[in-house]
Design a protein around this ligand. Structure first.
Ligand code: ADP
Ligand code: ADP
Length: 223
């Protein structure tokens, strides 16, 4: 589902990514681990077509990000590490807004949005204003937003950061459901144990280089 080959990115003379290679099979929950500044966000932003690579290729479902950005965007739901939410909207309105931006017709949205709110455990908040939600709830609303166009791949940049333990457990349960729905999920963190329980495979990045990739048990034994 994801094929990255010799991917590099530099900001001026600074090399943030150095010849990254990475393959992620369909349906995998992939943990992308590395210290702050390692290059996780840069890799994810390139996959989400928000940033162009300096060299190399990245494909999503066979479509190269630079050549076919529209095809890639249809297939990807991206949650940035900083999310702006429109506080003056109600949660349902917020999701309508995103659904409309993907040209999903109103009657379809009327069916879809309650399902999405249920998936992220926000049914009881369907009439609540976004700014009344806790951080964990806002994060889950943001996840629902990423799902409006039913993408095959979810790219979640540090979704657990700033969440309390209970909110993290809730997020983990939702990710399990998304895995069962067949989604391919990439989730980053600078804390390996935080990911170990919820992912199938792990890739470790340091200073813009992939230093290890494999099953969770193999990586944990090596670190
Ligand atoms: P991570 O997500 O692993 O913390 P990032 O991909 O955000 O890492 O950043 C990788 C490196 O690139 C960091 O050293 C960061 O400071 C640098 N960087 C990221 N974005 C920019 C930018 N727009 N301009 C210059 N340097 C950047
Ligand atoms: P993270 O590592 O969690 O992604 P950062 O604080 O590194 O967060 O980056 C936040 C934003 O600032 C990103 O959009 C990144 O591209 C940008 N950025 C990071 N480092 C630099 C930098 N040295 N110069 C300019 N922009 C940067």
């Amino acid at each position: 589902m994801i094929e990255i080959e010799q991917l590099s990115k530099h900001y001026g003379s600074f090399h943030a990514l150095k010849n990254i290679n990475l393959t992620i099979a369909e349906g995998t929950v992939f943990g992308f681990v590395g210290p702050n500044g390692a290059g996780k966000s840069t890799t994810m932003a390139i996959l989400a077509t928000l940033m162009l690579p300096s060299s190399g290729t990245a494909k999503v479902d066979g479509f190269e990000v630079t050549d076919y950005p529209k095809e890639v965007r249809k297939r990807i739901g991206y949650m940035p590490d900083f999310f702006g939410v429109y506080d003056q909207l109600k949660t349902t309105e917020y999701l309508h807004f995103y659904g409309a931006s993907y040209n999903i017709p109103r009657p379809e949205r009327d069916k879809l949005i309650p399902q999405l709110l249920e998936l992220v455990n926000l049914t009881d908040k369907q009439d609540a204003y976004v700014d009344s939600l806790s951080r964990g709830m806002k994060q889950r609303l943001c996840l629902a937003r990423c799902l409006v166009h039913d993408p095959k791949v979810l790219i979640l940049d540090e979704p657990a950061s700033g969440l309390d333990p209970r909110a993290r457990i809730e997020m983990r349960e939702i990710l399990k459901e998304l895995k069962m729905m067949g989604k391919t999920i990439i989730i980053s963190s600078h804390i390996l144990p935080e990911l170990a329980e919820m992912v199938d495979e792990i890739g470790v990045i340091e200073h813009g280089e992939m230093v290890a990739q494999g099953k969770v048990s193999d990586i944990q034994n090596r670190l």
